[in-house]
Design a protein around this ligand. Structure first.
Ligand SMILES: Cc1cc2nc3c(=O)[nH]c(=O)nc-3n(C[C@H](O)[C@H](O)[C@H](O)COP(=O)(O)OP(=O)(O)OC[C@H]3O[C@@H](n4cnc5c(N)ncnc54)[C@H](O)[C@@H]3O)c2cc1C
Length: 462
């Protein structure tokens, strides 16, 4: 009998797993359960900003799933897993049996327990439904609670739709899990120059509704009135349905499902991938949740290859964050904090340039880049810095060169074997892919050029 694969979650981890399974094995049965449609959350900022239509957010429609021979169960949740019986229970009371199960249930937006923060009209901007809710009314003054990665990814869209935007961040800096204090200060100043109000060290005590608007009480007695509140105060893996299953979770807040180097959980035949999985970190080998899209894609593919009978080991994911907000780009990789390590820092606040390289002898183990989005060097250097850290190559005399010429990452990258190593490395052995191609051939190519276009052609920032 054909193997029965069951995938829970139609985000990037689940969808990439389906593509990989089908590329390896044309015969197996594949079923998909998801409470939401199949789409990519990281595309939501473009939808919010009006740059793409709703269909551009989607990653698979009925005909795509039909072509791949996937039976879909959308709009339902799984409520429990019984690994002994190899069966899941759905919240509509039905059951589904499986031979191999992939848990790709992602994460959900966390809500701090603050009085009034759970009332109607308080929006997360985590799901497509949240995005639609935000777009459903005109907003003049929006307060964003939390100035972390997700808040920054939606900032341009919110600024485009609101007269006034205020950040409230409890920590003493913006992007506390992505940037050090110096680079965060550069980002904060840039936003303030663009008219975004940024309040760091600001604790929200409570919220109430006054005359159809929101009144926020801050510690210290100050209050703030606005007409929309976006909560971006972190995410937590969706693991509630595993209670009583015996499947092992990590410990502490934000813990995910523990998986081994084949992405298998503590239960035989049950795998986990993406935001919900606590898998190996490339540098430390410790198991951590890396809630970003590239990790979800890698996890989904590796888990699926193993589910299909291949033996594929996953080396681990590199922690990374990349974003652009109001024309300033920022990224950080690996051990960007560099506590107790040697670091090279270059800072030119007038030109909005900040670079930090973190060293272990002659190996780059972490880094931060901040620079104007339209500066071509900064855009290209993001990939090269990532490549150097990801491969962990010894730079020998090029360490001294980079310390003397911290903006010339390109020469160092080309001299190093990092590019060759990356070109030869594959996540899965052989070419395991469904062949690529466009999901929606009827969608026209976008004709609108971004501001980057001229810069990339002329090499000169505009
Ligand atoms: C606005 C925004 C911008 C982002 N920008 C970036 C970016 O620039 N770069 C980047 O790397 N990452 C970005 N991310 C993060 C990225 O989208 C996530 O890391 C990625 O979606 C994780 O994929 P996943 O498949 O693990 O989970 P998800 O995409 O969350 O998909 C999981 C699916 O499973 C469903 N589900 C959960 N529980 C159940 C259940 N019990 N039964 C059935 N279904 C269930 C969920 O509702 C969801 O539809 C962004 C996220 C957001 C919200």
């Amino acid at each position: 009998m054909a193997t029965r694969h069951l995938i829970v979650g139609a985000g990037p981890a689940g969808i990439n797993a389906i593509e990989t399974l089908r590329a390896i094995d044309a015969e197996s049965q594949i079923a998909l359960v998801c409470d939401e449609p199949a789409y990519a959350r990281m595309v939501l900022p473009y939808y919010l900003e009006g740059k793409i239509e709703e269909r551009g957010v989607m990653t698979g429609d009925d005909s795509w799933f039909k072509d791949l021979g996937v039976s879909t169960h959308f709009g339902v949740r799984i409520s429990s897993v019984d690994p002994g019986a190899r069966r899941v229970t759905l919240d509509d009371g039905n059951h589904l049996d499986y031979d191999r199960l992939l848990l790709a249930t992602g994460s959900r937006a966390a809500r701090p327990s603050i009085d009034g923060l759970d009332g109607p009209g308080i929006i997360n901007l985590w799901t497509l439904g949240d995005a639609k809710e935000f777009l459903s009314e005109p907003r003049s003054h929006t307060v964003i609670v939390g100035a972390g990665f997700i808040a920054f990814t939606v900032l341009d869209a919110i600024v485009a739709r609101c007269e006034k935007v205020t950040f409230l961040e409890i920590e003493s800096q913006v992007l506390p899990n992505m940037l050090d204090s110096a680079s965060a200060a550069l980002m904060k100043e840039h936003l303030e120059n663009r008219g975004v109000e940024v309040r760091t060290g600001a604790r929200l005590e409570s919220l109430e509704q006054v005359d159809g608007r929101r009144r926020l009480q801050l510690s210290g007695g100050e209050s703030l009135d606005c007409d929309a509140v976006v909560v971006a105060a972190g995410v937590a893996p969706n693991v509630g349905f595993l209670e009583g299953s015996g499947i092992e979770l990590g410990s502490g807040p934000g813990a995910g499902i523990l998986v081994d180097d084949r992405l298998q959980t503590s239960a035989e035949g049950v795998y986990a991938a993406g935001d919900v999985a606590q898998a190996a970190d490339l540098q430390s080998g410790e198991r951590r949740v890396h809630a970003v899209q590239p990790t979800a894609v890698d996890h989904g593919r590796v888990a699926a290859a193993n589910m299909a009978g291949h033996d594929v080991r996953y080396a681990g994911s590199l922690i990374m964050n990349i974003l652009a907000a109001q024309g300033l780009e920022a990224c950080s990789f690996g051990d960007w904090r560099g506590v107790g390590r040697e670091v090279t820092v270059v800072e030119n606040s007038q030109n909005q340039i900040y670079r930090k390289y973190v060293w272990n002898d002659d190996v780059l183990v972490g880094g931060i880049l901040v620079g104007p989005t339209l500066a071509v060097t900064s855009v290209n250097d993001v990939g090269m810095l990532k490549g150097l850290i990801q491969t962990g190559v010894h730079l020998g005399p090029w360490r001294a060169y980079l310390e003397e010429n911290p903006l010339d990452l390109r020469r160092v990258y080309v001299a190093s074997p990092a590019g060759a190593i990356l070109l030869e490395s594959t996540l899965l052995t052989g070419r395991i892919s469904s062949g690529g191609g466009y999901r929606f051939p009827s969608l026209p190519a976008s004709r609108r050029r971004s501001a980057h276009h001229a810069t990339l052609l002329t090499g000169k920032p505009t």
